[in-house]
Each structure stands twice: as structure tokens, then as C-alpha cells.
Design a protein around this ligand. Structure first.
Ligand code: PHE
Length: 340
């Protein structure tokens, strides 16, 4: 009798173990059948009341059933564990060979890009790149450039005056003075940098902008040299022939002085807001260095001559990228800057 019960118990327990769909369900069956107070444990308790012969047969059957059920249980448990492991691996899987997402990359400001290009160009032509202070003396910014204190040309550039005779440089021309005094003739230098004018800000005027000064001092330097370097500069920047025109221009530190205009690249010369409908854009004031300027920096104008130019870097960037509002350049708006 008890043997038949045991048999039935074993068969149904095996079926339930095999049918379990979750670990919890499986564990519940295990406790119920194989646990300390489970069905098999109950059978073994009853063995106390049996005859030794009965106990021997039942004991054997009980052990066999227990072992069989345990191994079915272990098998099932292993299956559950490995399924859980695969699921976890699947969810944590990382493709180490996949290309990394593109990180947001910074870039050089368009002004810096153009400045670097022009520096490379002039270095290849034998020019030295010089730097000068933004806070300058009256002497460097004006006097040494043939603009004495009472000279009306001082009003040409609205100046931010500081205490004493200091000021924020209104142009990069004081670096000409520093270059001549430091290096002496013959001399080829450029000096890019930030300059300041006490001006009302609007779409085409900033109180802070960039210029690139250039100077060459040597024996027998003529307007032809000046023109050659200016044309090389412009075709280097624009990568094509640009129409230029030379007009007389007045700057106290050059004689003769010129305004070099380029044909507007935005409208091709037909007239637009950027060139104020004239078809031409003033880009490059230049001229032959005034003898007084050479003299004030210890160079004999009888022996040496030179040319100088003051390229408007900010305006050049605006031309190249067709930017119609100067305020965007220093505005720090990333949406603007990310276009370059
Ligand atoms: N320094 C002048 C300016 O800022 C430009 C210039 C430079 C003109 C060199 C002639 C020669 O207006």
C-alpha cells in the first residue's frame, strides 16, 4: 500500500517539477516534496511504526525516489539558472567593435583660422610674426607714427584713453615701431592683433576688432613691391583672382598712402548692403613708410625705405564667409560659431 502511494507521489512530483515555469514555482514544489517537513519526510517518519522488513523495502524505495527527484530538480534548476544568465548577458551585451559616437568637437574661430593662414603665407615669404601689447603708450600708438599730440589725425581714431599717457591701441601699427626698434633694417614682419576704438557699435562697427599689420623695410622698396605682396596676400586668402583698385588714402605714417579696395565678393561688384551698393570694399590701407616714422625708430630714410599695410582681419572674415553683422563675431553665440 505504502509502496503504491510512494510511487504515485514520486510520479506526480516529477511531473510538477518538470512543469514549473518559474524558479519560485520550482522552489515551492521542492519544499513541498523534498523539504524537511515535506511529503517524503512524512513517509520516513511513518517508517518508525513499520516492521523491520517493511522498513527495509520502504526505506530503499524512499531513497530511490528522493535521489531521482533531487536529480530532476537539479536539472531543472540548472536550466533556469542558465536561462537567467543568458538573459542577463543579452541585456548587458556591449559591442566593443562598434564605432564610438562622435564627440562634440571644438573648432578654431574663423578669425583665428584666417589669421593662421595669413601667418603661414607670410612666413613662407620670409616675414617674422610679431606680437605687441594691447595697452600701449601714446608714443608708440601715435607719436612714433608721425601723429604728434596736436595733429588732427588723432581724431581719425576714437581712442579709449587710460590713466597717464596710456591707451588701448587703436591699430596694430605700434607694432611696426616695436619691430623696427627691436629688429632693425632690413626687416619683414607681420603683427596680427586685437585693436580698440571708442565707437558706437552697430552692424558694421565694433569697439573691438582685429587687424593684421605688415611691414617691410629694405633698400629700394617701391610701390611695385607693395602691390606684389598685397596681390599675393589676396589671392592666397581668396584662392582666386580678385579685382583690386588702389585709391589715394591719407595716413600720417605713410607717403604715399593708399586704400586698397577689393571688388565685393558677396555681390560680385553689382552692389549690395555689405559694400553699401558701391561694388567695392575697403580692405587694405597701405603705403610707403613715411621718412619721419623710419627716423623715429632709428632708421636712416636716405638709406632705407619700406612699405606697410594694415589689413582689416575682421572685415576680411566677413567678406570670406558673407557675414553681414560684425557683432556676431565676438558675440559668443555657439549656433553662429558651429557653422565654421
Ligand atoms: N593703422 C591704419 C588704421 O588702422 C592702417 C594702416 C596701416 C594704414 C599701415 C597704412 C599703413 O587705420
Amino acid at each position: 500500500m505504502i509502496e503504491a502511494n510512494l510511487e504515485e507521489l514520486a510520479v506526480s512530483a516529477k511531473a510538477r517539477i518538470e512543469a514549473a515555469t518559474t524558479v519560485e514555482e520550482l522552489e515551492a514544489v521542492r519544499v513541498e516534496v523534498l523539504g524537511r517537513k515535506g511529503a517524503l519526510a512524512n513517509v520516513s517518519k511513518e517508517m518508525a511504526k513499520m516492521t523491520p522488513e517493511q522498513r527495509a523495502t520502504v526505506g530503499k524505495l524512499l531513497n530511490a525516489a528522493k535521489q531521482a527527484l533531487e536529480s530532476v530538480f537539479d536539472e531543472k534548476k540548472t536550466a533556469f539558472d542558465s536561462a537567467a544568465l543568458s538573459a542577463r548577458l543579452e541585456s548587458e551585451w556591449v559591442d566593443l567593435t562598434a564605432p564610438a559616437p562622435d564627440p562634440a568637437r571644438g573648432a578654431l574661430h574663423p578669425l583665428t583660422q584666417i589669421q593662421t593662414e595669413i601667418e603661414d603665407l607670410f612666413v613662407s615669404l620670409g616675414f617674422t610674426v610679431l606680437d605687441g601689447p594691447e595697452v600701449e603708450s601714446d608714443e608708440h600708438n601715435f607719436d612714433a607714427l608721425n601723429i604728434p599730440a596736436d595733429h588732427p589725425a588723432r581724431d581719425m581714431q576714437d581712442t579709449f584713453w587710460l590713466e597717464g599717457n596710456w591707451l588701448l591701441r587703436t591699430h596694430t601699427s605700434p607694432v611696426q615701431v616695436r619691430g623696427m626698434r627691436k629688429l632693425g633694417p632690413p626687416l619683414r614682419m607681420i603683427a596680427p592683433g586685437r585693436v580698440f576704438r571708442n565707437e558706437e557699435v552697430d552692424a558694421s562697427h565694433e569697439h573691438t576688432f582685429y587687424q593684421l599689420e605688415g611691414m617691410m623695410v629694405d633698400k629700394d622698396v617701391s610701390v611695385a613691391h607693395l602691390l606684389y605682396f598685397m596681390k599675393t596676400l589676396l589671392s592666397g586668402i581668396f584662392k582666386r583672382d580678385v579685382m583690386v583698385r588702389l585709391r589715394p588714402g591719407y595716413f600720417p605714417f605713410v607717403e604715399p598712402g593708399f586704400e586698397l579696395d577689393i571688388q565685393c565678393l558677396i555681390c560680385g561688384g553689382s552692389g549690395c548692403p555689405v559694400c553699401k551698393q558701391s561694388g567695392w570694399v575697403e580692405l587694405l590701407p597701405c603705403g610707403l613708410v613715411h621718412p619721419n616714422v623710419l627716423r623715429k625708430s632709428g632708421i636712416d630714410p636716405e638709406e632705407y625705405g619700406g612699405f606697410a599695410f594694415g589689413l582689416g582681419l575682421t572685415r576680411l572674415v566677413m567678406m570670406r564667409y558673407a557675414i553681414d553683422d560684425i557683432r556676431q563675431l565676438q558675440g559668443g553665440d555657439l549656433r553662429f560659431l558651429r557653422q565654421f
